[in-house]
Design a protein. Structure first.
Length: 281
């Protein structure tokens, strides 16, 4: 009998540089929300410059009593500064891949070759991201569409955009620059003209804090999906599913937007510091 099976293919445990106490507390919060949201599979896609293997191992250990399967993965960053997600079947595959898909040391043209060489499934996340890591914004729409042809997935819904909507993105004029409006709208719902028929469609929360998981992907399946990697290799077309258990108060919604903004600033500092170290060496 068919049932809906759920995947969040873009999720950050965000414990990099956290003290042991803070790390334990945040992981407990992750588990609380994952349990409430009743998710079948979740990809630990920590950024490549934030120890993604450790992030996966900590989250996997914390979730050992949940039904949620934690997928080893990384949100890698190319020499052009663009994010690409790589999913792996096991811990060893991720560990080996991180030796060759190093931050800022590979080119976007090699995205699909790196996938094949490392045994991955790849995803093009947030092509029109309001930040500086979306492939369409950085490299142009034609480049994005051409590279997408041989990719596994393109992210058609990204939950981070909901922080803008929750805080009056369409109501207040200060948020209505044409460029920002297009980026936020396209990030939350990629227009159909940018989705290719031979590519899977990913739906992701892109949560960086436990309470930020608001949408996931859902698709019909006829069993338990033990071979989740083979299942994903079939390039599924996920539909958006909301998973927020309790409606947040407006003060929480504002706080979530500030948290996301602060996290983005810290990540920008981490990236600049890494690039500086690489230039010196």
């Amino acid at each position: 009998m068919d049932r809906n099976i759920t995947f969040d293919l873009h999720y950050h445990s965000n414990i990099f540089r956290a003290s042991p106490h803070k790390r334990r507390a945040r992981l407990q919060q992750h588990i609380k929300f994952l349990n409430q949201n009743n998710i079948d599979h979740l990809a630990s896609t920590e950024h490549a410059y934030k120890q993604p293997l450790d992030a996966f191992l900590y989250l996997q250990d914390a979730a050992k009593d949940l039904k949620t399967n934690i997928i080893p993965a990384v949100e890698a960053i190319s020499s052009e500064g663009v994010d690409i997600i790589f999913l792996y079947a096991c811990e060893d595959d991720l560990k080996n891949a991180l030796k060759i898909i190093r931050p800022f040391e590979w080119n976007l043209d090699d995205m699909n070759k790196l996938r094949d060489d490392s045994g991955a499934i790849n995803i093009i996340p947030h092509p029109f991201s309001p930040g500086k890591t979306g492939i369409a914004n950085v490299m142009g729409i034609d480049y994005f569409m051409n590279l997408q042809k041989n990719a596994d997935y393109v992210e058609i819904h990204n939950g981070l955009s909901l922080h803008f909507f929750d805080n009056g993105f369409r109501k207040y004029k200060s948020f209505k620059s044409a460029k920002l409006k297009k980026s936020v709208d396209h990030c939350f719902c990629l227009p159909k003209k940018y989705r290719l028929n031979d590519v899977g469609w990913a739906v992701s929360s892109d949560a960086h804090y436990p309470a930020h998981q608001n949408i996931i992907g859902s698709v019909k399946h006829d069993g338990k999906c033990d071979d989740w990697f083979g299942f994903l290799q079939q390039k599924q077309r996920f539909e958006r599913k909301s998973v927020a258990i309790n409606p947040h108060k407006q003060v929480d919604k504002i706080w979530h937007l500030l948290q996301s903004g602060g996290c983005s600033m810290i990540e920008a500092i981490e990236k600049k510091a890494l690039k500086l170290r690489q230039a010196i060496n």
